[in-house]
Design a protein around this ligand. Structure first.
Ligand code: C2E
Ligand code: CA
Ligand code: CA
Ligand code: CA
Length: 287
């Protein structure tokens, strides 16, 4: 019964109607986990669709809980954001990603990784030390600034003057900024004018079903139209693109024809522990 209670608690502890004490408890658990070194980073290859070459990695955090096993970020990132623990956790992910990327570049040469991309939460952008933390992570690891890509969501970026200044400072340092989950927000287009983005990541929801070509599935046609329009817009604005959530060769082929040269997804490579990615980088290709 205890196990069951625990699992239920895990499942809905972060729902909207939990008492504050549950949040406090989870916040404490996350803090403890960070101090105990229970977080891990898995790396998902970002791949050139034309030739299968790895061009980058996205860093995705995992929680290796001593009893629950691997916990997915969907189950703790929202709580980490709410409790503010995302700031030290995100700082750790940033530093560790820079260190690992610099090690890969040292081992395999400067061309092996064009980008290493951790995710950055809006709470981090509001942390007064964030820009200095990024600079320190680069300096301490030796990773060149232009190899670091910070993935941000539209909602994070749409937070006014302070965030805008932070993003421009990062841009001026040579760090690249990627707009994550592109197309799912409400003001994607106007945002692109104000934001010093280098990369847009086409959201998986436009990739799902994009390979379908039946006349009676207008939804598939709409996805193709959106995907094509985003590729053309990015091209016109001088931005790179990454298509996310590619699960089949048919999708990869279709995206290539719609104007995408780079993609990410289970078909091209799952998120994996660093040792496994080292082996792939040694071979340079995913297929
Ligand atoms: P995201 O940034 O959009 O990351 C992509 C998610 O899609 C990852 O889930 C990845 O494992 C998954 N994915 C990749 N390819 C495929 C595919 O072909 N099919 C399917 N079904 N899924 C695919 P993950 O690792 O569970 O992360 C979920 C979200 O949690 C991320 O979405 C990101 O928003 C957040 N997250 C993960 N790590 C961090 C972190 O270190 N910091 C912050 N702030 N957020 C993080
Ligand atoms: Ca991301
Ligand atoms: Ca995404
Ligand atoms: Ca997402």
């Amino acid at each position: 019964a205890k196990e069951r209670g625990r699992a239920n608690w895990v499942r809905y502890a972060w729902g909207m109607e939990r008492p504050a004490s549950a949040h406090a408890r989870l916040g404490g658990d996350l803090r403890r986990a960070l101090d105990a070194g229970e977080f891990r980073i898995v790396y998902q290859p970002i791949v050139s669709l034309g030739d299968g070459e790895i061009v980058g990695v996205e860093a995705l955090v995992r929680w290796e809980h001593p009893e629950r096993g691997l916990v997915s970020p969907a189950d703790f990132i929202p709580a980490a954001e709410r409790t503010g623990l995302i700031v030290p956790l995100g700082r750790w992910v940033l530093r560790e990603t820079c260190r690992q990327a610099a090690a890969w570049i040292a081992e395999f040469g400067p061309d092996v990784l064009d980008k290493a991309a951790p995710n950055v939460s809006v709470r981090q952008l509001h942390d007064p030390d964030f820009v200095a933390d990024v600079a320190a992570a680069l300096a301490d690891s030796g990773l060149p600034a232009n190899r670091l890509v910070l993935e941000l969501t539209e909602s994070a970026v749409l937070r006014g003057q302070h965030v805008s200044q932070v993003l421009h400072e990062l841009h001026d340092m040579g760090v690249r900024l990627a707009l994550d989950d592109f197309g799912t927000g409400e003001s994607s287009l106007s945002l692109l004018r104000a934001f010093p983005a280098a990369i847009v990541k086409l959201d998986k929801s436009f990739v799902d079903g994009i390979e379908l070509d039946e006349p009676d599935t207008p939804a598939a046609d709409a996805r193709q139209a959106v995907a094509r329009a985003v590729a053309q817009l990015a091209d016109a604005l001088g931005l790179d693109t990454v298509a996310e959530g590619i699960e089949s060769q048919e999708q990869a082929d279709r995206l290539l024809r719609l104007g995408y040269h780079v993609g990410q997804g289970y078909h091209l490579g799952r998120p994996m522990p660093p040792g496994q990615l080292t082996e792939l980088l040694a071979a340079r290709r995913v297929k």
